[in-house]
Design a protein around this ligand. Structure first.
Ligand code: SF4
Ligand SMILES: [Zn+2]
Length: 377
């Protein structure tokens, strides 16, 4: 069908939004760049301070491998996920074994570490993403080295048989699931997650019945959501998912390259959350979440930077440090005395978002001259 003004198209076959959004990443140039990486070397290996499941401090190695990447991303993908920037679709089983050996070489066989996080930019135990013999090798080896293992997964892939298989090879491992939002509409229309909250609850049952630990990721401020709504919703989700999790990690949105969120951000239609919103969420939920055993972590990746959660630029460092300290100490007094002139601007933005029938846009720039900010759209 055609129409005079072209609104309904010219009659040619419709193009899927998936291709429109992702086409630039699939150009010959992008593929060439991705495939220029050495497939026998992991993307990153680093060691950070962490906490063991019993709360004791430890050192953890994080190994990010170059894999074929998340099957969901190749099919559709979450709106904020830039993991595809680290993947290659021609990685072989030999490459993966070599990457793993390289990670061990770099860390001297995980010397001094009690925990290892093995991230594959998708689901560790999805057989079409990672070969089964390699999964088995990593599970058994990390167990024999006495390391606590953390891997990531999508909820619908945590099937009872596979979880039993995994628990047999590495009992007590932690499975981190990116739930992002405890709301089916948000999962569908803001995140494009590919599974529902019901599926996540089933996954939790499957993990727990096999003695595996549940880590839940929530995202703070998915796209197409105002700052005020993000604060209200995420505070509620946090309280709701904490009893079903051993750990909850709230990840404030940071803009990853070439994602849907990146496009909105460049178009001035999205801004990452304020650090004040994170402080407010923690203060609102502290009492309800401290009653159960789940550990709550709020880690503002790229905190204080324009593409991460940020305030006015003057107070950012101090606020990020308090949030980081709270994740370890669980002490609400970390925020005592914290203040800045920009807090009043943040408060007004939240009040407008919540009280006005239509949002006033996606928030103003928080840095620069007052006069320029007032003129900005
Ligand atoms: S499921 Fe995870 S890895 Fe896959 S697209 Fe979504 S966030 Fe990225
Ligand atoms: Zn400030």
């Amino acid at each position: 069908m055609t129409d005079a003004c072209g609104i309904l198209g010219d009659g040619s076959k419709a193009v899927k939004i998936h291709n429109l959004i992702k086409a630039p990443e699939n150009t010959a140039e992008s593929i060439l760049r991705r495939e220029s990486w050495d497939a026998s070397k992991p993307a990153t290996v680093y060691i950070t301070p962490e906490r063991m499941p019993d709360g004791s401090p430890c050192k953890a190695a994080t190994v990010i491998l170059r894999t074929r990447g998340c099957a969901w991303w190749w099919k559709s993908g979450c709106t904020f996920c830039g993991y595809f920037n680290d993947v290659r679709d021609d990685v072989t089983v030999e490459d993966l074994f070599q990457q793993w050996d390289e990670a061990k070489r770099k860390t001297n066989n995980f010397e001094g570490c009690s925990m290892v996080k093995v991230y594959t930019s998708g689901t560790f135990f999805e057989d079409s993403e990672n070969p089964v013999e390699w999964q088995e090798h990593v599970l058994r080896e990390t167990y024999s080295l006495g390391l606590h293992l953390v891997v990531e997964a999508q909820a619908h892939l945590c099937k009872p048989e596979k979880m039993a298989w995994l628990a047999e090879r590495h009992p007590g491992a932690t499975i981190a699931i990116g739930l992002e939002a405890y709301d089916d509409s948000v999962l569908r229309f803001h995140v494009n997650k590919g599974f529902t909250t019901k599926t996540w609850r089933k996954a939790v049952t499957n993990l727990r019945s096999n003695g595996l630990r549940v880590k839940t990721y929530l995202i703070f401020k998915p796209p197409f959501m105002s700052e005020g709504d993000a604060l209200e919703h995420t505070s509620k989700w946090l309280v709701d998912v904490a009893p079903l999790s051993d750990e909850v990690s709230v990840n404030p949105m940071n803009i990853q390259n070439r994602t849907v969120v990146d496009r909105l951000f460049r178009n001035r239609e999205y801004r990452p959350p304020w650090l004040w919103s994170l402080v407010e969420m923690i203060q609102r939920t502290h009492e309800s979440t401290s009653g159960n055993n789940a550990r709550i972590i709020v880690h503002p990746t790229a905190g204080g930077k324009i593409r991460g959660s940020h305030n006015c630029g003057l107070c950012d460092e101090q606020v990020v440090a308090s949030i980081e300290r709270y994740s370890v100490s669980k002490d609400i007094s970390e925020f005592r005395g914290l203040d800045c002139d920009c807090k009043a601007i943040w408060k007004t933005e939240i009040e407008s978002d919540i009280n006005l029938p239509t949002p006033l846009g996606s928030g103003r720039n928080r840095r620069g001259l007052e006069l320029d900010l007032m003129r900005a759209p």
